[in-house]
Design a protein around this ligand. Structure first.
Ligand SMILES: Cc1ncc(COP(=O)(O)O)c(C=O)c1O
Length: 342
């Protein structure tokens, strides 16, 4: 099967499996797992931040970050297409009594800067207290769009001026770094906290890293424990994370090249609506017109291509399990399946 549903389907490499088998471990809740400590130090150094915390997932990374920044009754301003708003079971409000203030994400993944500035609640006891602005880079549901450092800087100038905090959902921040040809620390220069996924394009089996100041990470560690996320001999999985950071970042450019090749190929097939200029990283959104989407998905699956028939647009994600030859196979399967249905 050529599985294009998500980069979360990536499998650990042989080198990761070997590192996992031989990892030196200890009790990480007691701070005594050398492999976790090494991974956290690596992540903090790469992010240019004081400290880092290994957590179970991207969802836990965002949740721990918001709960560390906010008190009950505070509010987070974020994009209406952000994963934190639409894909994390409302965790910050369910578990932290923190409310969402969603603003429209534009096609390029940004939130209009003036709208953002106007959204901050006045200092008045009638309102929730705005505490955090949360951005997402790359912005998954805007086709993996990359936020530019200049935009993030504008937002952070504003958060600094108004005593707010800037959190970055950096589930795919390495895709942004590779696309821009910049270091992670440059992208995060003006950010208070970030959550980075190891188990998407970087292909580790489990885990994310939250990075920020010493004070923030110490709060985040307490909250991770409270959520049941303190893992004992977690070095077994952290070992794969170290390989992910060392060996799997530069190759993300291959995923971007394959995504562009797929997008260009799809744009030549009648009844597929796609904006190829929007494809910057490893995510492609496109429209299927005139044919039954369920039938198309089923025909594709019969030809060995797995994709979710999402509405209103389909999403394809390239990753380490997809080669350039797979892209040719996928395009051929699309052409034949669309021809059979019109
Ligand atoms: C942008 C973004 N943030 C966070 C997450 C959550 O990650 P996880 O599935 O590891 O909880 C995802 C998952 O797809 C995501 O796309």
């Amino acid at each position: 099967m050529i599985d294009l549903r998500s980069d979360t389907v990536t499998l650990p490499t042989e080198e990761m499996r070997n590192a996992m088998a031989t990892a030196v471990v200890g009790d990480d809740v007691m701070g005594e797992d050398p492999t976790v400590n090494q991974l956290e130090k690596m992540a903090a150094d790469l992010a240019g931040m004081e400290a880092s915390l290994f957590v179970a997932s991207g969802t836990m990374g965002n949740l721990v970050s918001v709960l560390a920044h906010c008190d009950r009754g505070d509010e987070v301003v974020l994009g209406d297409k952000s994963h934190l708003y639409r894909g994390e079971a409302g965790g910050i409000s369910v578990l932290g009594s923190v409310s969402f203030k969603p603003l429209q994400n534009q096609e390029d993944g940004t939130i209009d800067i003036n709208q953002l500035f106007e959204s901050i609640s006045p200092d008045d006891f009638h309102f929730s207290k705005t505490k955090v602005i949360a951005l997402e880079n790359t912005q998954n549901h805007c086709g993996g769009a990359v936020l530019l450092p200049e935009y993030v800087e504008k937002v952070s100038n504003f958060t600094n001026k108004h005593g707010l905090l800037l959190h970055m959902d950096g589930a795919r921040i390495f895709n942004a770094a590779v696309y821009l040809g910049l270091n992670l620390s440059t992208l995060l220069e003006n950010v208070d906290s970030v959550s980075i996924c190891l188990s998407k394009g970087l292909s580790a089996p489990v885990g994310s890293l939250v990075c920020g100041s010493d004070e923030f990470i110490s709060k985040a560690r307490r909250i991770r424990k409270m959520l049941g996320g303190g893992m004992r001999q977690a070095g077994i999985i952290a070992a794969a994370g170290i390989i992910a950071l060392e060996k799997m970042v530069d190759r993300l450019s291959e995923d971007h090249i394959n995504a562009k090749k797929l997008a260009v190929g799809l744009s030549k097939i009648p009844n597929i609506g796609i904006d190829i200029d929007q494809v910057q990283t490893n995510i492609i959104f496109f429209e299927i017109k005139e044919v039954s989407e369920l039938k198309l998905a089923s025909l594709l699956e019969n030809k060995g291509v797995k994709i979710y028939p999402r509405k209103p647009k389909w999403r394809i994600v390239t990753h380490s399990g997809i080669t350039s030859t797979d892209v040719d196979i996928v395009l051929d399967a699309f052409k034949k399946s669309m021809d059979a249905l019109v």
